[in-house]
Design a protein around this ligand. Sequence first.
Ligand code: ZN
Length: 427
Amino acid sequence: MSDHYILSNAVLSDGVSFVLHDAAIEIKNGSILKIGKNADMQKTGIKSIDLGGRLVLPGLLNAHHHLYSALATGLAPAGPTDTFGRILENLWWRLDRSLDEESIYYSAVSGLMQCIRYGVTTVIDHHASMHSVKGSLDIIESAFRETGLKGLLCYEVSDREGEKALDAQIDENVNFWNKHREDPKIRGLFGLHANFTLSEKSMRRIAEVRPREMPVHIHCGESAGDLAFCRGQGYAGPVDRLHAFGLLSRSSLLAHCIHLSDRDYDILYELQPVVVSNPESNANNNAGMMDLTKIRRYVLGTDGMTGNMLGTFRSHFLLRNGDLQNPSGMLFAYPAEIMGSYFPGWGKLEAGAAADIAVTNYRPLTPLNMDNLFFHLIFGVQGKEMFMTIADGKILFSNNKLHSPDEEAMNAAIKETVMKLHERFKQ
Ligand SMILES: [Zn+2]
C-alpha cells in the first residue's frame, strides 16, 4: 500500500463538531493532508479507495483495558465468583499470577488485534503479572509496536505480593514512564490496583516516590468494599484517600467511580480527573452503575471485557435506558482532550493530524447529522467490526482481514501460548 492515497465517498464525522457528506480524505506519510468534498478531491496518479458511502470516524480510544486478560476467554474460574473479591481471587488474580513473558506478549498482541477490528487505535492499559514484573511493560510496548497502535501503559501496584514486590512494581512504572516521556506513540502512567489493596504505609511510599507530574491510573470505588476500606482508614472514601496522599490531578484516570461518598463527589467536581466508566464490566460483576447526576466528565473503557468500544457505547446506552447525556464528550471530545495532551492533534480529523481512522461498515440511508449521529452509532453501526482501520496512515485492517500483523501466523503462536497459560492457571 502506498503511503499516499485518498479515501473517497465517505460520510465523515469527528464526533464533536461536524458531519460531512460526500467527503474524501487525502492521506500522506501517516498524516491527513486534506479533507473535503469528493468533487474537490479528485486527483490523477493517486490511489483512491471508494468507501461506498460508509460512515467514517476518528480512531477510537479504549480508556481502561486489561490486555493481560485477552486469552482468558472461556477459562473456567478456579472457584466461586459470587462476590467481587472471589471474582478477583478465583479468576483475575490467579490469571495474572500465571502469566510469563511469552503469555504477556501474546495476550497483548491478541487483545490489540481485536481492538483493531473494532476501530480502536489507542488503548490505555492497566497491567498485572505478579510473577513477571520487571520488563513487563517493555513486552507490552513491543506488542503495541507490532500492531501499530498508540497507548498509555502502567503496572498495577498493590500489596498482594508483599513489600519487596511493591517496590519492584513501583520501579516498573517509574522506569517505563521516564523512558517514554517524549515518545510519539507510547507513554507511561503510575498504575495502582485499588485503595483496598494498598495499606497506609504503601500509600505513603507511593506518594513519596511518584514524580509529581506522573498521572495515576487506578480502580476507584468499583466495589462497596473499596469505600468501606477507605472509611475504615479514616477517609471519607476512595477519592478522598487518593487526594489526601496528593495523588490526584486533572490527568489522573479513575476507573469505575461507583461506590463513592459525597466528599468524593465534591473532590471529583473540583479537580475533574478523568473518570472511566466500564458499563459491560460493571454489569458482568454486578458492581452497580456510576451516578451520572454527579459525574459529568467521563470516558468509556472495556475493563478487559472486549476491544469493542462502539459496542461498549451501545451497552452504556441500553443499560442506562437511553440516558446518554453527553455522548460526544464520552466518545470523542474528552478522549481528544485527554490524549491530545500526550499526542498533539489526537482524535482530530483535519489537515496535519495523524491519520488514525475508523471506517465503519455502516452506510446510512436515513438523514445523519450531529444531532442524531449517536443514534446512528447505536442502531446503525451496532458495535460491529469495522470496514477498515487505519493507524498513522497504515491500513491495518480492511475487508475482514488484518494485514498487520499477520493474523494467521500470530494466531498459531497465540494458540500454543494459551494451552500453557491455561495449564498454569489450573495448577
Ligand atoms: Zn480494570
